[in-house]
Design a protein around this ligand. Structure first.
Ligand code: HEM
Ligand SMILES: *[C@@H]1O[C@H](CO)[C@@H](O)[C@H](O)[C@H]1NC(C)=O
Ligand SMILES: CC(=O)N[C@H]1CO[C@H](CO)[C@@H](O)[C@@H]1O
Length: 460
């Protein structure tokens, strides 16, 4: 009897030890890990941000947590992020696979594509195509001017009334991208675009919420009918809509005379044929949706932040207006070239991008080989989370960061620094309507703001 109890105990201990996730040798430090569960249950599922702050204080700029059985390294501050993303860019160029967002996008997009030839080819193609549409007649600039007419119109119609700039900017950003991708724009109350926006919004919320964290932590629950299933349904809805666009394009296109991104991809498919390239027709849809998602939320949230700050700092707004008036000298349209003559406006835009902090934890990376960071060893395949907030805050302290800003830029950045006065204001603009400018930072939903866009790459 006694012997069997001892044996049983030994067995249990052995199994637990086997299951226990351990930090590899010389791995960045972090909180104690539970077998199987990792640190998932130690983090608040509702608001992990506070926990992260505590962890950084205890363990330093480079620390680790376990999401279920999987380790993740979190990198803070200019020094560590620069070492990883600039000096050792290739070692840190991967993307984690097997997460909720990967499954929702079926591994066919570009943002989440792992480091390798497929990612390289699709990234190069996107850059090239977007650049081509950015030049000459019918350029990105023309599209933006065209869309601004509608924006101004919307604002004029709302004089004396309340309105939601969030919806307005979202529609504007969405239309500009849609023109590049599908050669069409939508009225702001279009039913189809509303469906797309709803799916994206719901999926962003799911991806940043507790259910996605549980999905990532515990693979066994992935097939259960839990709330995350909704994301897959939304993805299908949007995919079906875009597939219709693609079908239409195939009917009406003239090879060699692309009207938009989809036509370019179809041209490319004909060009490469079956020579083993990573281009394939069943990727168009999720590829285009990735670009749509990457370009819409980021741009519109940044514009919304700018709007809020300019409203709250009328003297900055006025100085911008004076500079614009001086440079335009009665011309009714500003051009991209004019920016060289507008250092103050440029500095304000930079500052807006800084305070907007649109993608606070960037898009998660992953190591492509065993490597080192700040003296720690990090094995291949480790998830890497870079804390961009920690860099943007450093900028505030007038530290030269990437070494690219000229001295003049830095001076003008300092002038406009009076724009921002702490993080709390950044929270406010994430509320649904302009009325929320008055709501306190502790308002509901503010807690998720920091992670709101950390899956910037998620698409429906
Ligand atoms: C204010 C606007 C924007 C912000 C703040 C922003 C921010 C970011 C960040 C932080 C990343 C992750 C970089 C990394 O993993 O190291 C990213 C990736 C990406 N963004 Fe944006 N973005 C913006 C606008 C856009 C637009 C307009 C597009 C195109 C339509 C776009 C397309 C992409 C793509 C394709 C990637 C993935 C690149 C890759 O994995 O190779 N973004 N963006
Ligand atoms: C990122 O940096 C900011 C500022 O230093 C900090 O408040 C936040 O907790 C950090 N987030 C993570 C995930 O480490
Ligand atoms: C105050 C506020 O914006 N509340 C919203 C928070 O998010 C939920 C959805 O997750 C909305 O229903 C609330 O209106």
């Amino acid at each position: 009897m006694f012997l069997s109890v001892v044996l049983l105990w030994l067995c249990v201990c052995f199994i637990v030890l086997q299951l226990k996730s351990r930090r590899p040798k010389n791995f960045p430090p972090g909180p104690p890990i539970l077998p199987l569960l990792g640190n998932t249950l130690q983090l608040s599922l509702e608001n992990p941000l506070k926990d992260f702050e505590r962890l950084r204080k205890s363990y330093g700029d480079v620390y680790s947590i376990f999401i279920g059985p999987k380790p993740a390294v979190i990198i803070n501050g200019v020094k560590a992020i620069k070492e990883a993303m600039v000096t050792k860019a290739r070692d840190f160029a991967g993307r984690p696979q097997d997460l909720f967002v990967n499954d929702v996008t079926k591994d066919k997009g570009v943002i989440l594509a792992d480091y390798g030839s497929s990612w390289r080819e699709h990234r190069r193609f996107a850059l090239m195509t977007l650049r081509n549409f950015g030049l000459g007649k019918n350029s990105m600039e023309d599209r933006i001017h065209e869309e601004i007419k509608y924006t101004v119109n919307t604002l004029e119609k709302s004089i004396g009334k309340t309105m939601s700039p969030q919806v307005m900017f979202h529609n504007a950003a969405s239309n500009i991208i849609c023109q590049v991708l599908f050669a069409r724009r939508y009225e702001y109350d279009n039913a189809l675009i509303k469906v797309i926006v709803r799916c994206f919004t719901e999926n962003s919320r799911l991806a940043n919420g507790p259910w996605a964290m549980l999905y990532d932590s515990f693979p066994l629950i992935r097939y259960l009918p839990l709330p995350f299933m909704k994301a897959f349904k939304n993805a299908e809805t949007v995919e079906n809509l875009v597939n219709e666009f693609v079908k239409e394009h195939k009917k009406t296109r003239v090879p060699g005379e692309p009207r938009d991104f989809v036509d370019c991809y179809l041209d490319e498919l004909e060009k490469v044929g079956d020579d083993g390239s990573s281009f394939s027709e069943d990727r168009i849809c999720l590829y285009a949706l990735d670009l749509y998602f990457a370009g819409t939320d980021t741009t519109s949230n940044t514009l919304l932040t700018g709007f809020l700050y300019l409203m709250n700092y009328p003297h900055v707004q006025e100085r911008c207006q004076q500079e614009i008036d001086r440079v335009l000298e009665g011309k009714d349209r500003v051009s991209f070239e004019d920016r060289h003559k507008m250092p103050y406006v440029q500095a304000v835009i930079h500052e807006i991008q800084r305070v907007a902090n649109t993608v606070p934890l960037s898009v998660f990376h992953c190591t492509t080989k065993d490597t080192e960071l700040m003296g720690y060893s990090i094995p291949k395949g480790t998830m890497i989370i870079e804390n961009l907030t920690s860099v943007l805050i450093t900028l505030n302290k007038k530290v030269r960061v990437w070494g690219t800003e000229s001295q003049a830029d830095l001076q003008s950045i300092q002038v406009v620094h009076r724009l921002g006065s702490g993080d709390s204001e950044i929270y406010l603009i994430k509320c649904p309507a302009i009325i929320c400018i008055e709501c306190p930072p502790s308002a509901k939903n503010a807690s998720m703001v920091g992670v709101h866009n950390c899956y910037h790459h998620l698409m429906c």
